[in-house]
Write a protein that binds this ligand. Sequence first.
Ligand SMILES: *Cc1c(COP(=O)(O)O)cnc(C)c1O
Length: 368
Amino acid sequence: MIRKVRFVDPVRVYHMIKNEIDNAYFAIMKKGDLIDREQLKDFEKNLAAFVGTKYAVGLNSGYDALHISLRAGGIGPGDEVIVPAHTFVATCSAVVNVGAKPVLVDVTKDFNIDVDKIEEAISAKTKGILPVHLSGYMADMPQIIKIAEKYNLVVVEDACQSLGSSINGKGAGAWGLTGCWSFYPFKILGGYGDGGAITTDDADVALFARRMRYNGEDRDTGEYHGHGFTCLLDNLQAAFLDVKLKYLPEWIKRRKKIAKQYQNALSDLSDILLPHYDKPGFDHIYQNYTIRSKQGNDFSEYLKSNGVEVLTQFRKPYYKHEALKLEDRGFPETEALSREVCSLPMNVEITDEEIDYVIKVVRSFYKK
Ligand SMILES: *Cc1c(COP(=O)(O)O)cnc(C)c1O
């Protein structure tokens, strides 16, 4: 009898790749290569190749990636940026922290921005769109790019949850001015601490980010090119991430298999909605397996009390947090799904026995 299925288990992953992680660690410790060294450059090269862009620039977090991307896009005070009403708060905070105004737009049943509602949110001040690819499934980028071209808007992709996803073979993070990545430990490519990156095809944007992450300094000449920040991806994290990146294609296959197992075992339950959509060409890499249960909190609490660790992001939408002072224009789909979301354990370290247990607990809730 299993008593606990964890949402993610970093210790298990460590043991799966222990030799390589340990070797990366000792190689760095023996040389004292801590900041902006070979490991970071290698990882950037491999990340860019994986995403399908010319450049990748390692940063300290996904938030930094968003923040620096907006600056690279020339977005600042007086500008408006379109963001989805259902996302992690960092998407919106990056807009606020460059002095611009976030304009929220509701999402659709796939948790991503409703492209049919974008145009009505555009004003004379709108300068950018910040679509989010939530849970491993991309926002409708062909449509978003079309709208952006029509209104001459900068597109920054919050791809923090979708490394390896694609539409018609074109990777997440390769559509906009930049793609923004997070290597927070829970992410599909998780480090051993914070981490992030941007990917881009634009040489000027890559150069801008390289300088801004290092206090505005061009490290070759010592010249300051602006007031910057301190937000490099640590060399040590880059080395660990580079080890894990090699496994990602294989790990994504495993995730898809787990998603199939959940689908096969749960699709007959009429009170839950599973994250399987039929948009041709859209790939799902299942960063999260987020289902919707009509029983909301009763459902998620039942799973927790039976030892199944689940996430309920986000029961309270970010725009309802008073201190953020955001305008709630009414987002019915976000409201509805916020009551119902529940992400089941989805990771490469889970065993088949544990998956069966999760399925058993879900089914037992609906037998009551
Ligand atoms: C994780 C995440 C971020 C922020 O990443 P950090 O590395 O934690 O700063 C931003 N947006 C989305 C959608 C995320 O999931």
